[in-house]
Ligand binder design. Sequence first.
Ligand SMILES: NC(=O)c1ccc[n+]([C@@H]2O[C@H](COP(=O)([O-])OP(=O)(O)OC[C@H]3O[C@@H](n4cnc5c(N)ncnc54)[C@H](OP(=O)(O)O)[C@@H]3O)[C@@H](O)[C@H]2O)c1
Length: 337
Amino acid sequence: MYNIAIVGVTGAVGVKMLEVLNTRNFPIKELRIFASEKSKGKKISFRNEEYVVDIIQEDSFNNTHFVFCSADSSISKKIGPLVRKANSILIDDGNAFRMEENVPLVVPEVNEEDVDWHQGIVSIPNCTTTPLVMILHALNKYAQIQRVNVSTYQAVSGAGAQAVQELLEQTEQLVQHKQITPSIFSEQIIMNVIPQVDDFESNGYTKEEMKIVNETRKILHLDNLSVSATCTRVPTMVGHCESVLVDFDQEVDIEEVIKIISKQEGVVCRDFDNINNYPTPLNSTLDENVYIGRIRKDLSNKNSILFWLVSDNLLKGAATNAVQIAESIIKRNKLDY
Ligand SMILES: NC(=O)c1ccc[n+]([C@@H]2O[C@H](COP(=O)([O-])OP(=O)(O)OC[C@H]3O[C@@H](n4cnc5c(N)ncnc54)[C@H](OP(=O)(O)O)[C@@H]3O)[C@@H](O)[C@H]2O)c1
């Protein structure tokens, strides 16, 4: 039984953390929950008990085994030293530590063994990187991957609870013919597609796009893998979609590729028997699997394939992966560092 703390428990991911800990029967002895000053005192039920949201203090993590953080990067950076001082393990959903050399970036179905070298912090990848690397991990067993080109269609919940609220409000405003003024997103999101997720960098790509490039290489241990990405925000609530092109170093046998992907743990091939049964955000979310469909040969290059994937950004893209990492640390006896 473990003592755990959740930071950001009132957020889009935090709410799911409680759900996932429960459905995966995570053995919890003591639970502490934290959010901002605004939520202090709020009561939250978990496994038939009531817990009160607190704010973080110096000693908040003493005697905990795991601290799950689903808050802003600045909060992760603030709590990092406190978690370390308490000899606990921080499993961080955000971007704060992902690319740091001494921080494993883990998707257990792909690189579980990387938890072995943690020094008190393990990061989970960005919610678009996670499903992508699960498929690429399988494909890498087929042949050497030369290049990956991905376009994403990301749900508003990827930008947090306030973004969900913005889509709901804009939907109502649209129906009532009221004026729509964007706040979280740069443009109106209802009835729109925004080709920007996170801020732009000087190279013309967004931070989200560069997260896919850098995190994919780190998780797969392929430092020179060619990856490029275009990330867009679409007016769906949950479930990130990705259209992916993969080039191999040899001609593709598509039947073989499908067989290999079908064997990947955590991945479901929806259109394996029926091409009309492709995954969508509505039919392939609210569970922990990554769904893949539309797997086909590229007509313009015999060495390439195309496919479509959908994954629940709040579950496998965040909460599920975080809890799985804790399970891996326990299983591999790596609580001490
Ligand atoms: N959303 C996704 O699909 C997704 C997927 C993968 C990773 N992530 C990462 O997960 C993190 C959380 O994302 P989210 O979408 O859940 O955001 P969110 O809905 O905006 O939630 C943010 C949470 O942080 C809390 N918080 C704010 N200031 C705090 C403080 N000073 N001390 C403690 N808690 C504080 C908020 O509490 P209040 O409610 O009291 O303000 C809220 O619980 C981000 O780093 C994000 O990059 C998100």
